[in-house]
Design a protein around this ligand. Structure first.
Ligand code: SAH
Length: 379
């Protein structure tokens, strides 16, 4: 099922300088921008409220500001969202947007609704350098880090589509944010941290740190800092219980092996039984899915307030793995559950719109390459 794509990039009329977007600026940067056009810094607070609490899409809607000031703002700035090259809705309610940034690069974000809440899975980079063997994004070359405006833009776009402005206090469809889209957020820490601070700000989007999860393949030196600075929840893509296997499927392990990674998790500031660290474990048939490995996992996680997310492998064309059998998944989960772990098996969502990591963008890249071939052939 397709829903129409929306959004445009700000194009200045000929002869005019390009207008900057105010989305994704810190409070201080926002104040500095408007000071530059002669407005006192306290106006930044009002603007913040309109942009991030009310979700205004143009300055004209900001009725508590004088007409002159609104016109001044509109001359210099925009609050337009990132453009979307594609936007899809799954039969199960999952929605996926392919964002197209001003330089033509694309990244995806996915909203996964549940009964009384919903998570937005955001991307932190275009492509990824990690080359995890089971992940499709790893087969794409890294193009670049996303900026804070591009990360915040994903949330703004989803909130627009879900009609959740002004920021609702309760019953939100977009209640949680997970950095589990494309990219490694701890390789783009500064931009991610800046975006997270904007998203958490109580006078704006106001999604609390308890509802934001940053997922990492294990960039050990950044883990503590992330906990100290941001206090968000941590998810770790573990996927294997021996260094030998993890070296192969998550090559970052060669730099930061399992023991170092788990030591950083034990020290993660703010984790507790109420705020467990999530360990993600993709189940690959005959590779990492035996009951013996489940038992080894229990030993490794001793002393860490942990929860395990068991993720059936989502296959992609040419992938070197298959998904574990339902029996193997049930047996693996059973070992963990009997040992007292919360270990849900994640049901794949949005399969009809290819919600597997990196797929939508790849489809779009393929289509573009095919078009280029056709154009080249007919030239
Ligand atoms: N770089 C970060 C965040 C992006 S990947 C990290 O590694 O955690 C987020 C999650 O996507 C990974 O834990 C992995 O479990 C999941 N993932 C990637 N490709 C997948 C696939 N083909 N099937 C199932 N899960 C996949």
């Amino acid at each position: 099922m397709s829903i129409p794509a929306s959004g445009t990039t700000a194009t200045a009329p000929a002869g005019e300088a390009a207008r900057h977007s105010l989305i994704g600026l810190s409070r201080e940067e926002l104040a500095a921008e408007i000071e530059g056009v002669g407005a006192p810094p306290f106006r930044a607070r009002q603007l913040w409220h309109w942009i991030y609490h009310r979700g205004a899409k143009d300055f004209a809607a900001m009725t508590s500001l004088s007409k002159e000031f609104r016109e001044e703002l509109a001359q210099h700035f925009t609050i337009e969202r990132p453009a979307t090259s594609r936007s899809q809705a799954s039969l199960d309610g999952t929605r996926k947007w392919l964002l197209k940034f001003a330089d033509g690069n694309e990244a995806e974000c996915v909203h996964i609704p549940e009964e009384d809440r919903g998570a937005l899975c955001v991307s932190s980079q275009v492509g990824c350098t990690l080359t995890c063997k089971f992940c499709h994004t790893g087969t794409q070359p890294l193009v670049r880090n996303l900026t804070a405006p591009e990360i915040v833009g994903q949330v703004m776009l989803a909130r627009d589509a879900l009609g959740e402005w002004p920021s609702p206090k309760e019953g939100r469809l977009l209640s949680n944010i997970v950095f589990m889209g494309m990219g490694e957020p701890l390789f783009n820490y500064d931009n991610v941290a800046k975006a997270v601070r904007i998203i958490m700000d109580n006078e704006g989007i106001a999604i609390s740190r308890r509802r934001i999860t940053l997922s990492t393949a294990g960039v050990v030196p950044m883990i503590r800092r992330c906990g100290e600075d941001l206090g968000v929840k941590l998810a770790v893509s573990l996927h294997a219980v021996t260094d030998e296997l993890r070296d192969e499927i998550v090559p970052l392990n060669k730099k930061y092996p399992i023991a170092e990674l788990l030591a950083a998790c034990r020290d993660y500031p703010g984790s507790s039984q109420a705020r467990r660290i999530t360990f993600e474990y993709v189940l690959l048939k005959g590779v990492n899915d035996s009951p013996a490995e489940a038992r080894q996992l229990i030993k490794l996680l001793a002393g860490i307030p942990a929860k395990v997310n068991l993720i059936p492998f989502n296959p992609w064309p040419g992938a070197p793995y298959e998904c574990s059998t339902p029996e193997a998944i049930a047996a693996f989960s059973d070992v963990l559950t009997k040992a007292g772990f919360i270990a849900p098996v994640r049901t794949p969502r949005g399969q009809d719109i290819m919600a597997a990591c990196g797929q939508l963008r790849t489809e779009s890249l393929k289509a573009r390459r095919a078009r280029t071939k056709i154009e080249a052939a007919s030239a």
